[in-house]
Design a protein around this ligand. Sequence first.
Ligand SMILES: [Zn+2]
Length: 135
Amino acid sequence: MSTVPESRIRGVEAARGLTCPQCGEDVYPCHSAESSVFYCRAGHRAGVNDLASIPDEAVRAALGVMLRSWESTLIELATIAADAERRGLFDMAAIYQRQVGHLKDRLRAVRAALWATSPTPASNAPAQKSLSASS
Ligand SMILES: [Zn+2]
């Protein structure tokens, strides 16, 4: 196991309310195009499925807060993309649309993890269809 270099997590805010399943320390998000992983300072790695499967309502609530924050970011990015397109800035629009697509993928992954581990599945399934990637 390697230690995460300080530079890797400097400037990145700890994921609020989420802690390392192995040592209980704060975790820091690291986003790739289609998914998110979380690292603590000891270098433990946790995916959204690992975090969602922690049987603790506070953890699920924290993931829910993160989802809502991403959803508002998604709306902002989509608004910027649409505005850029309307003004004929197609390169800029494409960049923002790509970010929208990545964020949708990450949102879908977290929703799926929460749903798969939900104590009350099926009836309140998250609306994933509305976010199906179009790009
Ligand atoms: Zn840890």
